[in-house]
Design a protein around this ligand. Structure first.
Ligand code: HPA
Length: 238
């Protein structure tokens, strides 16, 4: 049952999906965390793999960058492949003093100045929550595993804020809501999940910070990403 952007057979997509932005990260997760995995999508090189984690079927499907891209893949997966749960696992920036480089952040709400809901449904909306059910599982698992998790609101931005000439002006676009992170996809995913009666949330590793300018070793970065990936896998199979 191919769709416009996915060539997979329906039975090759699990109900539970992890969604990194980067197709090569999907490959990395499949090769390092899943058993018996196979490549189930390569249209546009948006790689997806399905395998098992501790005996449970899981698909890792890349989203690409930005709301338009994650909007398409999440819509087709929920609507045509009967996917129930998607956890986005990504990287983010932060301009919150309490958030440090390599912190793992869970987005319980996403705020976005976008035309996306208006174009799709005529809806006026700038703040949307993620799945409480998935969030509770992630929070419980993080406690069990001794992982410090920061939970709060994220900004989803239609521009990569690092490239804004005046970052102060960029930040002035947003209300003072104590945002923990800034990224480019969560709002689109949460919106599509809500629209279709499904579940979604977003875990992020902080890789850019206004207040923490330490440069990252690739080993530290990979370890933090691995912590997030394992937390997402443990939570989604439960
Ligand atoms: N801003 C937006 N998206 C991002 C960032 C950032 O600083 N880092 C990784 N994704």
């Amino acid at each position: 049952m191919p769709t416009l952007h996915i060539e997979s057979k329906k039975e090759d997509i699990a109900k539970n999906v992890l969604m990194p932005g980067d197709p090569l990260r999907a490959k990395y997760i499949a090769e390092n965390f899943l058993d018996d995995c196979k490549l189930v999508n390569k249209v546009r090189n948006m790689f997806a793999y399905t395998g098992t984690y501790k005996g449970h079927k899981v698909t890792v499907f890349a989203s690409g960058m930005g709301i338009p891209s994650i909007g398409i893949y999440s819509y087709e997966l929920y609507k045509f492949y009967d996917v129930e749960n998607i956890i986005r696992i990504g990287t983010c920036g932060s301009y919150n003093k309490n958030i440090k480089i390599l912190d793992v952040v869970l987005s319980n709400e996403a705020y976005c100045k976008t035309y996306f809901p208006k174009l799709l449904d005529g809806a006026d909306l700038d703040l949307i929550s993620s799945s409480e059910k998935l969030n509770n599982k992630i929070i419980t698992k993080a406690k069990d595993k001794g992982i410090t998790l920061k939970v709060g609101k994220t900004i989803t931005s239609d521009v990569f804020d690092v490239y804004c000439d005046n970052h102060e002006k960029f930040r002035a676009n947003f209300p003072d809501m104590g945002f923990l992170s800034v990224e480019m996809e969560a709002f689109g995913l949460f919106y599509i999940a809500k629209k279709l009666g499904k579940n979604a949330t977003c875990l992020m590793t902080v890789v850019d910070s206004l207040y923490d300018k330490r440069s990252l070793s690739s080993k530290d970065r990979q370890e933090s990403l691995n912590t997030m990936i394992e937390l997402a896998l443990e939570s989604i199979i439960n």
